[in-house]
Design a protein around this ligand. Structure first.
Ligand SMILES: [Zn+2]
Length: 301
């Protein structure tokens, strides 16, 4: 039996799966937004699962942040009450069992690599293009973390071949840098592109709807997004040449991308012939929590 937690700023979700990946229980509740309350909350949710399924020995957890290899403390979590705490230690003491914690983008990538869209690949790049733009690499069903817990964090690289995109101004990123990938190819970034073109705020789903009806401005917004994504993903292919690139998050629901992206990537790839697998996440919004549960599997880690 596996148990995974997906920690969000507003909600915590717990999922119990069997070893074959069958979901046996799934429940969410609002996040207690203070640290001691949060530890108590996780403890109560684990106790509930124990009662239902018997004691589950390991707990997996996906966080919108990372554990700093230097200090062991949580860093970069948007649920800021978690930052600078030794969460793994505190939970292991409280729960009296092993707790495996990973970044939520890494959990997403793991889920899709283990039994999702990338299950046939050896090296899988999982990308979340939602509010932000995260990513994670999985090799032979193991998450690659890296000495700085940064592996796959491509969202804060500068956009490749940046050339005043559609003549807009530099985009300031919350990280303090300018023109980060995340400021263009996330749902948020695509919204900014739409706003520049339409001259007023516009929801990303409305841009896509207009594009499908043949609207010229929406077509330009969409083609800009495709070309930006193509440049970003091609730079990954030129370095690591993954077997599969799996997209998750809001923008991954734009089905046209899976045909248009590989074509748009080709000119940026250093090869005369390329085989590109850009795939839609099989488990959608459930991938984060499934990956967290897989962190507890002896075969997967
Ligand atoms: Zn940034």
């Amino acid at each position: 039996m596996l148990i995974g937690f997906d920690i969000g700023g507003t909600k915590i979700e717990v999922c119990v799966m069997d070893d074959a990946g069958k979901e046996l229980k799934k429940r969410r509740e609002p996040t207690q937004r203070n640290y001691s309350g949060f530890i108590e909350q996780i403890s109560a949710m684990v106790a509930e699962c124990d009662q239902e399924f018997g004691r589950i020995e390991k707990i997996g957890m996906g966080l919108p942040g990372a554990i700093s290899p230097a200090t062991g403390l949580v860093k970069n979590a948007n649920s800021t009450f978690l930052n600078n705490n030794d969460l793994k230690h505190d939970l292991e003491v409280k729960l009296n069992r092993q707790v495996n914690i990973a970044n939520d983008a890494n959990c997403f990538a793991l889920s899709e690599a283990v039994d999702g869209a990338g299950k046939d690949g050896q090296l899988v790049f999982g990308v979340i293009v939602g509010t932000g733009c995260g990513g994670g690499f999985v090799f032979n069903k193991q998450v690659i973390v890296g000495p700085n817990a940064l592996c796959g964090e491509w969202g804060h690289n500068p956009l490749p071949s940046y050339n005043s995109e559609i003549d807009g101004p530099d985009r300031e990123c919350y990280c303090g840098r300018k023109n980060c990938i995340e400021t263009f190819i996330s749902g948020t970034g695509f919204g900014v592109t739409g706003e520049q073109l339409f001259g007023k705020p516009i929801a990303t789903k409305d841009i896509i709807e207009k594009y499908r009806k043949g609207d010229e401005l929406a077509k330009k917004a969409y083609q800009t997004l495709v070309d930006q994504m193509a440049r970003c993903l091609a730079s990954i292919v030129n370095i690591l040449d993954p077997d599969a690139i799996v997209l998750g998050g809001g923008l991954s629901n734009v089905d046209e991308l899976y045909q248009d992206l590989p074509k748009a990537m080709e000119p940026y790839i250093f090869s005369d012939s390329v085989q590109l697998n850009v795939l839609k996440a099989e488990y959608g919004d459930s991938s984060g929590i499934r990956g967290a549960a897989w962190l507890c599997s002896d075969e997967v880690k």
